[in-house]
Design a protein around this ligand. Structure first.
Ligand code: SF4
Ligand code: SF4
Length: 105
C-alpha cells in the first residue's frame, strides 16, 4: 500500500477477508424468535441453550425447533449466541430497543 494514501482513503476501501453470507431467504417468525430455515441445520443447540424451555424439537429430523412457548421468553439471547449457523434472531421488545443518549448542553 503506498504511503501517500490518506486515512480517509484507507477507510473507504472495502475490508478484505470478511466472509460474505447470503441474505436470509426462508424466514419463519413466531413471537420473539425468527429462524432462517434455509440456514438452520436442526442441531437443536439453541433449544438446549434456552433457559426457559421456549422450544420443542422438530418432529422432522434436521429441521428448526418449534417455538412452543413464546410467552416464556426472557429475551436473554442465549439461543442466538448458541447458533453457529447465524440462523436465529431475537425480535427484541420495543421497550428494549430504546437507546439513551447523554444530554448535550
Ligand atoms: S442452533 Fe441454529 S442451526 Fe441449530 S437448530 Fe438452532 S437455529 Fe437451527
Ligand atoms: S432469548 Fe433466551 S429465553 Fe428467549 S428463546 Fe432465546 S434462550 Fe430462550
Amino acid at each position: 500500500m503506498p504511503k501517500s494514501q490518506s486515512k480517509k482513503e484507507k477507510k473507504q476501501q472495502p475490508k478484505k477477508n470478511k466472509k460474505q453470507q447470503p441474505a436470509w431467504s426462508n424466514v419463519y417468525t413466531l413471537g420473539p424468535i425468527t429462524f432462517d430455515l434455509a440456514r438452520c441445520a436442526g442441531c437443536n443447540l439453541c433449544m438446549e441453550a434456552c433457559i426457559s424451555d421456549v422450544f420443542l424439537p422438530s418432529q422432522q429430523e434436521g429441521k428448526a425447533p418449534q417455538v412452543a412457548f413464546p410467552g416464556d421468553c426472557w429475551y436473554c439471547g442465549s439461543c442466538v449466541v448458541a447458533c453457529n449457523k447465524d440462523a436465529i434472531r431475537l425480535n427484541e421488545l420495543l421497550r428494549n430497543r430504546v437507546h439513551f443518549r447523554p444530554r448535550v448542553k
